[in-house]
Design a protein around this ligand. Structure first.
Ligand SMILES: *Cc1c(COP(=O)(O)O)cnc(C)c1O
Length: 349
């Protein structure tokens, strides 16, 4: 019998993204942490004004237009920035450059499930170290493994917590491999770890326009690290990994900080409100520094609620993973969507 695939690919499970309903279907989609508000009008105007000539030609290989804009906003040199087709691609590029069979990739769990998928794709060794019950980072254990790559999502999904910067700095200073700090949700938090990049050549910060900037469909993410680290990553990325449209629209979006900040402020206010509503229903709610809540129903089975809401066209996320079997991850929607969700849950209790 023929087998088309490498043994590790044959053996690995596929990454399962949140369900993406068909265009035009009337669902309330609170399962993939998309922003409920539209992208910046300036980003949409940039899209309208795309010149056919830019599509005829190949795009800038390093997305220099976007790098320049991001450099202004973040106050880092533009040659410290790598741009990708979503931050997922940057994560993949790090793995292609830094891992191989026999090298370890380590991360605390529960976290973003894609880290495991990407590790298995490279046939590298997965080392998962559980968070404590109250989501304290197992710093000593992570350092003891000293992986080729260590992933920390901060704020983390699905817990919503921010990893203290002292913990991150301890990792950065004691690991010999690359420390990837995935800040996909940083726009909804009060703190970030960007300063570590200046002091540690093994640190890479990952950001995305998918969540804070309402551009998940555009596919644009980026990483920030010292040029010494980026140099190796540039060798393995596709030559034209970001298309001309994404680069142009993302540049307009990141330049419009006022719009992004206004959307984030609305989501944070809704987060406070929704937290109260769930607490009144007797749910345990973890403090969130993201655009989602992790909640634990008091009596009803989490999987049951997930299923029943789905039947009513309300999508939330249930992870059939250890430590999460009794919990639900719910994206913060508009106040109207959140109210429909709460009413539906009340009716099911
Ligand atoms: C959403 C998410 C990403 C992926 O972002 P894209 O830029 O859309 O690829 C990466 N990491 C975490 C933790 C996320 O939640």
């Amino acid at each position: 019998m023929t087998n088309f695939f490498r043994a590790n690919v044959d053996a690995m499970a596929s990454y399962v993204p949140g369900e993406q309903p068909k265009r035009g279907s009337q669902v309330i989609k609170l399962n993939s942490n998309e922003n409920p508000y539209p992208p910046s009008p300036k980003a949409l105007a940039a899209l309208q004004n795309i010149d056919g000539e830019w599509l005829r030609r190949y795009p800038e290989p390093f997305g220099d237009q976007f790098r320049h804009a991001a450099s202004q906003v973040l106050k880092v040199p533009s040659d410290w920035i790598i741009v990708g087709n979503g931050s997922d691609e940057i994560l993949n590029v790090v793995m292609r450059a830094c891992t191989e069979p026999g090298r370890k990739v380590v991360y605390p769990t529960p976290t973003y499930v894609l880290y495991r998928t990407l590790t298995e794709m490279q046939a590298a060794d997965v080392v998962e170290i559980p968070y404590t019950q109250d989501y304290q980072l197992p710093v000593a254990e992570l350092i003891a493994v000293d992986g080729a790559v260590t992933f920390i999502a901060s704020p983390n999904s699905p817990s919503g917590h921010v990893v203290p910067s002292a913990d991150l700095e301890k990792l950065a200073s004691q690991l010999s491999g690359v420390l990837v700090i995935d800040e996909a949700y940083v726009d909804f938090a009060e703190a970030d770890a960007l300063a570590l990049v200046k002091d540690y050549e093994n640190v890479m910060i990952i950001r995305t326009l998918s969540k804070g900037y309402s551009l998940a469909g555009l596919r644009l993410g980026f990483g920030i690290a010292q040029p010494k680290l980026l140099q190796g990553l540039f060798k393995v990325k596709d030559s034209y990994n970001i298309d001309a449209i994404a680069c142009t629209v993302a540049t307009a979006a990141i330049t419009d900080q006022a719009y992004k900040n206004a959307c984030v402020a609305k989501i944070k206010a809704s987060r406070t409100q929704l937290t109260k509503e769930f607490q009144q229903l007797g749910f345990q709610v973890w403090e969130s520094h993201t655009n989602f809540l992790l909640v634990q129903p008091s009596q009803q089975n989490a999987a049951y609620l997930y299923q029943k809401l789905k039947e009513q066209q309300i999508l939330i996320r249930y992870f059939p993973h250890p430590g999460l079997l009794d919990k639900l991850r719910i994206t913060i929607g508009t106040d109207e969507q959140n109210q429909i969700l709460v009413n539906a849950i009340k009716a099911l209790l």
